[in-house]
Design a protein around this ligand. Structure first.
Ligand SMILES: Nc1ncnc2c1ncn2[C@@H]1O[C@H](COP(=O)(O)OP(=O)(O)O)[C@@H](O)[C@H]1O
Ligand SMILES: [Mg+2]
Length: 335
């Protein structure tokens, strides 16, 4: 009989609770860790859970002693620092174990919302015009780019730091928001032109051959048109708030030519930013059908019911099949 493959699931240390360190109970718990680990067990893998703890020697020791066939990398930060996601990838790489998802280079490129936009522009991919608001510098007056602007922390994810006040209409609002960003987030900010249009999320699976999954859409349809225009933190995480403003996540209805063009651009983005195995590209589709890339997510949420899983399901891949596909992509890439 073939030996069961051993998968070590590496998770953010903060996600591990002392009463259930191996994520065996609480099947109803809504966290990505429970969903992915549950799926791996159902698939028949031998699963061990490993926390990305401060004592990194311990991680290396376990990985080199256990020698799992693969690390399923669910970490998004190290000790709360998102910028260290690439360092964790580097650590697994040094331990010599294959792991799922994007590696050091891609994580580094995607982490900085300015760097990835510069790189995409070089490749003639449309991105919002922007300028950087570094910490400790006077905020310049926007001269060459047009209001309204969206002001965001340059190094965060998951709509952290994004609220309705992120959309600024004049220099006074820009100055105020930039100051707040610097104080609250202690990092550089980015101010980019607001792109009016449909908000789409495009999940991709693959490496050499890429599969574009059916695009998802966040539609903003408040009755009086005065509701939020951005996928703010509350829009993303608060269902009641979405109900109040008639904001819905669903599948995007698009004509074949537009769909094809979106797929072509997103595949290019995936490759330029060195994503691996799976990823999700966030974009806006303007009224004249131009694809404007907002960002690429090398670590999109793999929870059941989230964008990637929903898109996979629509394309005929069950949740377990999605998780298995990611494992096989990673293993094949490392052969
Ligand atoms: N330039 C922009 N034009 C229009 N909407 C934007 C722009 N930048 C950000 N947004 C809105 O804010 C959301 C979060 O921005 P994004 O750059 O994807 O950051 P995050 O990493 O936090 O998801 C987007 O999904 C979109 O709704
Ligand atoms: Mg986003």
């Amino acid at each position: 009989m073939r030996k069961k493959r051993q998968i070590a699931v590496l998770v953010d240390a903060a996600e591990i609770t002392s009463d259930d360190p191996n994520f065996e109970g609480h099947p109803e718990a809504p966290t990505t860790e429970y969903h992915v680990i549950g799926a791996l067990r159902k698939l028949g893998y031998e699963v061990s859970v490993l926390g990305a703890v401060a004592d990194i020697a311990k991680i290396v020791e376990i990985l080199t002693e256990q020698k799992p066939d693969l690390v399923f990398n669910l970490t998004e930060s190290f000790e709360g620092d998102r910028g260290m996601d690439k360092n964790i990838a580097a650590l697994i790489e040094i331990a010599g174990v294959p792991f799922t998802g994007t590696g050091v280079a891609g994580l580094m490129l995607c982490r900085d919302k300015r760097l990835c936009k510069q790189l995409l522009s070089l490749h003639k991919i449309r991105v919002p015009r922007f300028y950087s608001l570094p910490l400790g510098h006077k905020v310049p007056v926007a001269k060459t780019i047009k209001y309204p602007l969206v002001v965001k922390p340059a190094l965060e994810d998951s709509s952290e730091g994004i609220s309705n006040a992120s959309l600024v209409n004049n220099n006074a609002e820009l100055q105020e928001r930039a100051r707040y960003m610097h104080e609250r987030w202690e990092q550089p900010a980015i101010a980019e032109e607001y792109i009016e249009g449909r908000e789409l999320y495009v999940s991709i699976l693959g490496n050499k051959r890429l599969t574009v999954l059916p695009p998802r859409e966040c539609s903003f349809e408040s009755d009086d048109g005065c509701g939020p225009q951005l996928a703010t933190y509350r829009v993303k995480w608060n269902e009641q708030y979405r109900k109040k403003w008639n904001i819905k996540f669903g599948f995007a209805e698009l004509d074949q030519a537009t769909l094809k063009n979106i797929g072509r651009v997103c595949k290019k983005v995936f490759r330029i930013l060195k994503l691996r195995d799976y990823g999700r590209i966030d974009l806006r589709l303007t009224h004249d059908n131009k694809v404007v890339i907002l960002e690429a997510n090398p670590n999109p949420d793999l929870a059941y019911g989230e964008e990637v899983a929903e898109a996979a399901d629509k394309s005929g891949l069950s949740y377990e099949q999605l998780i298995d596909r990611i494992i096989n992509l990673a293993l094949r890439r490392c052969e």
